[in-house]
Design a binder for this molecule. Structure first.
Ligand code: THU
Length: 133
């Protein structure tokens, strides 16, 4: 249920460590088992060491022994629904099929529905690495 994902992403967003940007993000994933995994952005004084909410949720899923995600929800206190950054799009594509729904939301209640394929056209996959020799 999307409302369950929204609730989980909204709650974990509160724990974000975002003292530098002031921009807290929460993410919730539903994995193949049905279990929800959550993550928030974790910034660092050495700015490039910060991690996104989506990356945290993916790490939690993999640490729990799951590698297939079926639904993604991302929320922030933004004027328009927050979209996963380029790196997170690639990370989502590693574990989710092309048609997996990604719901991007604002705290204000706006939601935008897309898919992993729409977010990352021309995805680099393992097929590109097949040897021709
Ligand atoms: N951020 C996320 O966690 N997820 C997104 O989808 C967009 C950006 C974080 C990274 C950084 O901590 C802050 O938002 C500002 O870029």
């Amino acid at each position: 249920m999307v409302s369950e994902l929204r609730q989980a992403a909204t709650a974990v967003r509160e724990n974000a460590h975002a003292p530098y940007s002031g921009f807290k993000v929460g993410a919730a994933l539903r994995a193949a088992s049905g279990t929800l995994y959550v993550g928030c952005n974790v910034e660092n004084v050495a700015y490039p060491e910060g991690t996104c909410a989506e990356a945290g949720a993916i790490a939690a899923m993999v640490a729990a022994g799951e590698t297939v995600l079926k639904e993604v929800y991302v929320i922030a206190d933004s004027p328009m629904p927050v979209t996963p950054c380029g790196g997170c799009r690639q990370k989502l594509a590693e574990f989710g099929a092309a048609e997996v729904p990604v719901i991007m939301a604002t705290l204000g209640g706006e939601e935008q529905h897309t898919t992993i394929a729409e977010l990352l056209p021309g995805t680099f996959t393992v097929a590109h690495m097949e040897s021709q020799g």
